[in-house]
Design a binder for this molecule. Structure first.
Ligand SMILES: *[C@@H]1O[C@H](CO)[C@@H](O)[C@H](O)[C@H]1NC(C)=O
Length: 223
């Protein structure tokens, strides 16, 4: 398990973003997470986290695509399609299916991450952690979000409740995935934090950006 969960590292080998592996040359993450790196992809790589000994588990990044309507620091169309130079090898490598189910507030999803966004609470773990999070009613979330005075909740994101009892049970790392029924349904967007888990987690809704992902992926295969 976990063969689809990837680490995107910058040219210095440091963690940059989570990635989700959806096709041999295609990795999905958030636009906001990739923005600082996209013009300097020298040495930037994607690493599989699940691998067998002695296997090569990485590939370098060729290009990063974001939608025209995406703007840094905003949650509208916050998605990036990362094109690899070669497929990631390894017997444990697998792809995750894009979300195929409408998201509603009766669902609970699984969030993944290392805890980079909450290192003031505890050190990031070596292996990714996962937690169950309930989807929030989108109208309630939009209303609640107004009090934070930040970028408003766009129609391409949805909200989940972070665990509030124990903040260590919260992960919200840049570009990390949210899974429902083995489908990739969400990607961490911006403006939330595990330091204040009363704030909802804001995730890009894969159903609402799928067209962009599929269009870019189709071109990637031709190229
Ligand atoms: C979630 O984490 C637990 C350990 O807390 C692990 O046993 C389990 O395999 C993980 N599940 C997934 C789907 O990664």
């Amino acid at each position: 398990m976990g063969g689809w969960l990837l680490r995107i590292v910058n040219g210095n080998g440091h963690f940059a973003c989570c990635g989700a592996y959806v096709a041999p040359l295609v990795v999905i993450t958030s636009g906001n997470c990739m923005e600082p790196y996209r013009n300097n992809l020298n040495g930037a790589e994607v690493e599989a986290i699940a691998m067998l000994k002695d296997e090569e588990n990485y590939a370098s990044i060729e290009t990063v695509y974001t939608p025209e309507t995406f703007k840094e620091n905003h949650n509208l169309m916050d998605i990036a399609v990362v094109k690899l130079r070669a497929p990631i090898k390894g017997k444990m490598t697998e792809f995750i299916k894009l979300c195929d189910t409408d998201i509603n507030d009766k669902m609970t999803m699984t969030s993944f991450g290392w805890g980079y966004s909450s290192f003031s609470l505890q050190d990031p773990s070596n292996i990714p952690r996962n937690f169950t999070v309930p989807v929030q009613n989108i109208r309630d979330c939009k209303k609640e979000w107004l009090k934070y005075g930040q970028d408003k909740i766009s129609d391409t994101v949805f909200c989940v409740s972070h665990p509030t009892q124990d903040r260590r049970q919260c992960v919200y790392d840049p570009g990390c995935p949210l899974i429902w029924n083995n489908e990739l349904c969400g990607i961490v967007s911006i403006d939330s934090s595990c330091v204040d888990p009363s704030k909802p987690g804001i995730y890009t809704n894969i159903n609402h950006v799928k067209e962009f992902i599929l269009r870019v992926s189709a071109n990637v295969k031709l190229g």
